[in-house]
Design a protein around this ligand. Sequence first.
Ligand code: NAD
Length: 482
Amino acid sequence: MAPEIKYTKLFIDNEWMDAKSGKTFETYNPHDGSVIARVAEGDKEDIDLAVAAAKRAFHRNSEWRQMDASKRGEILRKFSDLVERDQTYLAELESYNNGMVLNNAQAFMNSAKGTIRYFAACADKVTGETIPADGEVFSYTLRQPVGVCALILPWNGPVFVFLNKVCTALAAGCTVVVKPAEQTPLTALVLAALLAEAGLPKGVVNVVNGFGPGAGTSLTHHKDVAKVSFTGSVEVGKLIQQASGASNLKRVTLELGGKSPLIIMDDADLNVAVPYAAHAVFSHQGQMCIAASRLFVQSSIYDKFVEAAVKYAKTIKVGNPTDPTTQNGPQIDETMMKKVLGYIEKGKQEGAKLLCGGHRIGTSGYYIQPAVFADVTDNMTIAKEEIFGPVQSILKFDTIDEAIDRANATNFGLAAGIFTSNLNNALQFSKHVEAGIVWVNTYLHFTPQQPFGGFKESGIGRENGLDSVLAYTEVKTVAVSL
Ligand code: NAD
C-alpha cells in the first residue's frame, strides 16, 4: 500500500504555508512514473519569508540563541526518538519518492538514530580556547554559530543528507532554510514536522521546496544567508560558489560528484573483492557520489576477474523497490535513465566491450539492467564522466605506481578503494591517492565520526566529525587588558 502523503506545503516558522505564487509542482514514483502528489513550489518571495523567519530565530535574544547548548542536544535526542518511532513510514516514503530499495531505506533508517545522536552529543562540545597572556593582555576565543544557513539537498539520499546537514547546523546553534531537490520533496517535510514536535522553536528549521533556478538561486544570492552547505553536481557547486562570492561572501561547504577509482591487486581475495566491487558501483542503482565507477584490475588477474564480475552482475535482481528480494530499483526519473543509457551507448561506440546488461527493463518506470564494460581505457567518456547509474567500467593496469597515477588523472577526488593483502600497497595507495576517503579491503563504510568530503572538484570542506560542526561557527578573539 502506498504511504500516506501527510505534508506538501512549505514549512516556515513552524507553520505550513502555500507558496505566495500559489504554484505547485508534481512529484513522482520512479517505479512507474505515476504522480504521487502536488507540492508547493517556493520561489524568491517564499525564500525571503523563510530567511526572515530564520533570521528572527537567530536574533541574540531569541529562545534558540538563549538556549543552553546541552538543551539543543536534548532536542536533537528527542528528534532521534521521533525519527525512530516513525522510521518505517520514513523508509516507505523515501522508497516511494526516490526508488530506493525499501530494504536499503529501512537499513539506513536503522542507523539514522546513531547519526542524530552523534550530532546531539557534539552540541555542547563546541568550545573556545585561552591564549597565554602576552604582557598585560589576556586573550580567549569564542566559537559562535555563523548565522542563517542555506542547506541545499540532492535527490539521491534525501533523508540521509537532510539529517547530516540539519543536525550539524543545529548542533552549532545555527538556524536554517532547507531546499530539498525538486525530484524528492517529501521526506524533508516529515522530518521538519518531527523537529517541531521535538520542541524546536519556530523559525529555526524552515523547508522550502522548489527548483534550482527559483528557490535555489534566491537562497544562494540572499544577503541574510551567512553560509551555504550544498550537496549536488560540480556544475551547480561552481554556480553556488560564484553566487556566494557575488552576494556577501557566504561560507560554502560543497559536497560534489566523483569518479572514484577502486584498485584490485592480484593478491586480493577475489571472493571478497568481486562482490564488493559490484556493490561499490551498483548499489542504489549507481546513484552514489562515491560510486566506484573506475575499476582498475591488475593485468595478471584481469580476465579471471572480469568473468567473475559479469557472473555476479547477472545475478543482481532489478525490480519493484518494495519487493523484499529486489536488489536494484529504478533510476530517479526518465531524464536520468536516458542520460545513463546514453553513456552506455557512448561506451560501445568508443570501443569498450559491453559484457552484460546496459538495457532498459520494461516500458514502465526507469529500470536499467546493471552493465559491465571491459577493455575500458582512460580516454573513454565512461571512464571520465560521472554516469550516476549502474555501469561498471573495468580498466587494466600493471603496477601499483601506474594505478595511483591513473587513479589521480581526474578532476574529481571524492573516494577511492583498494583490495590487496599487501600492506605496503595499501599504505602507498592510501598516502598518494587524491581522495577525501580511502577504503582498504572494504567500500561504502560510513560513520558520523568519519570526516567526509572531496579533494579537487569533488568539493570544499568536510561533513561529519566535530570539525563539520565547527564549520558552522565563526571564531572570535577577545583580548582583555589585565
Ligand atoms: P544538482 O546539482 O542538479 O541539484 C542539487 C540541488 O541543487 C537541488 O536541490 C537543485 O534544485 C539545486 N540547484 C540546482 N541549480 C541550482 C542553482 N543554480 N542554485 C542553487 N541551487 C540549485 O544535483 P542532483 O542531480 O540533485 O544530485 C546529483 C549530484 O549530486 C551528483 O553529481 C552527485 O555526485 C552529487 N552528490 C554528491 C554527494 C557528496 O556528498 N559529495 C552526495 C550525493 C550526491
